[in-house]
Design a protein around this ligand. Structure first.
Ligand code: KIV
Ligand code: ZN
Length: 508
């Protein structure tokens, strides 16, 4: 069996999904869970892109051990220096430097010749090698690059000291057979290819990211770059769970495996979904709510007689819990903390105290507490950002024949204020009051509401997407009262926008 390295870029490329940005604490939660999942490399961010990205890479490098931490850098000295600085505390740091190699990028974006790009790539790798032995080079837009030029770049960056050369399908343009041929071509034509690991990084614009990655593995790629739930720029990146489980379910075919602890997959998927606000579609392979549900009568009949008739893998293999009932009002702090750990949340003492208090309040409102309720409650805790705006009190009156009215009391930069507003519905009235109190002017792009677990006492979860000055954020709130959950989500999003105010636009 060949060992395939898993390079997780959920915190970098994944976080580039519109509105999916996470704060540093959220990224640390994801990074800790990625360690439990046993990924080989965590790409923690793009340090030069923003102070927030720099801090995230630095904190992850300080706190997360036993795994390689990668930082992205364009083929520029300033980027490489910033990446090296952020990675300094890492046990094992990797500088991941890149430049585009396709003529279309050279002509319109970089305005550079092929020779200039080649020189820049070699210089970047040499510069990065001054800080670490572990240097990865990516030929951005490789799949639309001239093959022989790509071979030349690959050969030269390996000679300059790159230990990994990544072949990205940046725009998700490749078709599996063609992509496999490209990898084979490189394997056969680049004379020093055995001195480096060939990696692939596929985007999903044609829905082929996983298929392309698997074909590349068959042709000799030794590393795949992927994200949890396939989140990422535009249509996303290759979904890690799908690649890993394809190798696991078809070992004879691929003759390759990863080090992933597959039983941690579901938990990781849930955590990333909660913290990014990116909902997993029910029919999503491996981690969707219906991935192991058998609905048709004929299927159910066959399944009950012999599971393997309609099931190619057991839900337990990816860690889908059998029983979801967890805690109740008699549960203590210890059991609460342990269950959260099992769900992938490692809280600080302060976060735990606050979350436990909320848990006890919830126990008074709701008889049974399920994993989903706990996750909602805790992800609100983890999602807390520096609060410029705090919701103190909300009273709403609405009903048939009355104009909905909301009276909102908030703390605005340390000062308490109150106002009343009317609206087209109770949420509209509440949002108008909050906007007035905070003196903010943002555009509500999306309002999503869902009930967590069942029953009229269920926790309601609200995710709002706000846009201001070209920046998009998602705010999150949960409560048994759906209007309160809506208000919390809105205030959470406004706080995120305030936090982002001075950050420059980012992303690759
Ligand atoms: O898609 C891409 O080409 C990238 C590179 C920076 C690796 O994300
Ligand atoms: Zn990418």
């Amino acid at each position: 069996m060949r060992y395939i390295k898993i390079f997780d870029t959920t915190l970098r490329d994944g976080e580039q999904s519109p509105g999916a940005s996470m704060n540093v604490d959220e990224k640390l939660h994801v990074a800790r869970q990625l360690v439990r999942l046993n990924v080989d490399i965590i790409e923690a961010g793009f340090p030069v892109a923003s102070p927030g990205d720099f801090e995230a890479v630095q904190r992850i490098s300080e706190e997360i051990k036993g795994v390689t931490i990668a930082a992205l850098a364009r083929a520029k000295d300033v980027d490489i220096e910033r990446a090296a600085e952020a990675l300094r505390p890492a046990e094992q740091g990797r500088i991941h430097t890149f430049i585009a190699t396709s003529d279309i990028h050279l002509k319109f974006k970089l305005r550079m010749t092929r020779e200039e790009v080649l020189d820049a790539a070699v210089a970047a790798v040499k510069k990065a090698r001054q800080y670490t032995d572990d240097v990865e080079f990516s030929a951005e837009d490789a799949t639309r690059s001239d093959r022989d030029f790509l071979c030349r770049v690959t050969e030269e960056v390996i000679r300059a000291g790159a230990k990994t050369v990544n072949i990205p399908d940046t725009v998700g343009y490749a078709i599996p057979q063609e992509f496999g041929e490209l990898i084979e071509y490189l394997m056969n034509r680049v004379p020093n290819v055995d001195k480096a690991t060939i990696s692939v990084h596929c985007h999903n614009d044609l829905g082929l990211a996983v298929a392309n990655s698997l074909t590349a593995i068959l042709k000799g790629a030794g590393q795949v770059e992927c994200t949890i739930n396939g989140i990422g720029e535009r249509a996303g990146n290759a979904a890690m769970e799908e690649i890993v489980m394809a190798l696991k379910v078809r070992p004879q075919y691929f003759q390759a495996d990863t080090g992933i602890v597959t039983e941690e997959i579901y938990k990781t998927s849930r955590l990333v979904s909660k913290l990014t606000g990116m909902v997993v579609q029910p029919n999503k392979a491996i981690v969707g709510a219906n991935a192991f549900a058998h609905e048709a009568g004929i299927h159910q009949d066959g399944f009950l007689k012999e599971r393997s008739t309609y099931e190619i893998m057991r839900p337990e293999m990816v860690g889908i819990p059998q029983s979801k009932l967890v805690l109740g009002k008699h549960s203590g702090r210890h059991a609460f903390r342990e269950r959260l750990r099992e769900l992938g949340y490692e809280l600080s003492e302060e976060e735990l105290n606050h979350a436990f208090q909320r848990f006890k309040q919830l126990c008074d409102q709701k008889k049974y507490i399920f994993d989903d309720d706990l996750e909602a409650l805790v992800s609100e805790e983890v999602k807390r950002v520096r609060e410029v705006f705090k919701l103190i009190d909300l009273k709403v009156s609405s009903g048939t024949g009355t104009r909905p009215t909301a009276k909102v009391r908030m703390e605005i930069r340390g000062e308490e204020r109150e106002t009343t507003a009317t609206g087209d519905g109770p949420v509209d009235a509440t949002y108008k009051a909050i906007a007035r109190l905070t003196e903010t002017d943002s555009h509500l792009e999306k309002f999503e509401v869902k009930s967590i677990t069942g029953g009229t006492d269920a926790l309601g979860e609200v995710i709002v997407t706000l846009e201001r000055d070209g920046r998009t954020v998602r705010g999150y709130g949960s409560d048994t009262d759906i209007i309160v959950a809506s208000a919390k989500a809105y205030v959470n999003a406004l706080n995120k926008l305030e936090g982002k105010k001075r950050e420059p636009q980012r992303g690759v």
